[in-house]
Write a protein that binds this ligand. Structure first.
Ligand SMILES: [Zn+2]
Length: 202
């Protein structure tokens, strides 16, 4: 009987503090648990700090479509492509697209540049079609996707931007289209992963 009581006592003296100690140790470990890694890690989205402010700056007009393009060039940015559009194409408002997404060659990989047409909320010059220039938001990814693939960062930034624009402008997924959807062109190139992109949109 005495032996039995001793074993109970031992339990209170040693085992319970050890259990408590374990649980308190594990609770302090909760905050330092490694973060959950998704099986398909998403690359960082390169969004300028000011982009939300820039995107939200103006009252928007009604938009119906988002039209995706490639630049069909290996490099470029809003300044260089804008200069080309103004000087070579003769478009007084410069850059024909509303947004440009860099590939690391001319701007950072995945960097979103906001064109002046978006800020002024004026017609685009990207579609070669009045309906889509007037009602379509033009997003161009730098690169030639007939030869190459967009980078993960570009796709990530494109998803971010489309999600934002869909919510802000109330654009249905069915109206997120490629340039070649309505015009005889290869743009945005045979390697552009349109179906995969749509699968990741709401
Ligand atoms: Zn195009």
């Amino acid at each position: 009987m005495i032996k039995c009581k001793w074993s109970y006592l031992m339990c209170f003296i040693f085992i319970i503090p050890v259990m408590y100690g374990c649980s308190s140790t594990s609770s302090t470990h909760v905050s330092t648990l490694p973060t959950y890694k998704s099986r398909r890690p998403q690359p960082d989205i390169v969004v300028p700090y000011s982009i939300q402010k820039e995107l939200n700056q103006f009252k928007i007009r009604p938009w119906k479509y988002i039209v995706i393009h490639h630049s069909a060039s290996d490099k470029g940015n809003a300044t260089s492509i804008g200069k080309y559009h103004r000087e070579e194409r003769g478009w007084v408002n410069g850059l024909g697209y509303d947004f440009l997404i860099g590939n690391g060659n001319g701007s950072r990989d995945g960097q979103i540049e906001v064109g002046s047409r978006w800020n002024k909320q004026i017609d685009g010059a990207h579609a070669g079609n009045p309906e889509y220039n007037k009602h379509g938001i033009g997003i161009c990814l730098v690169g030639n996707f007939d030869n190459d693939y967009p980078t993960n960062q570009q796709i990530s930034s494109l998803l971010y931007l489309i999600n934002y624009l869909q919510k802000r402008c109330n654009i249905h997924k069915d109206n997120i289209i490629m340039h070649k959807t309505f015009r005889k062109t290869v743009c945005p190139g045979k390697h552009f992963p349109y179906n995969k992109l749509l699968a990741r949109l709401k």
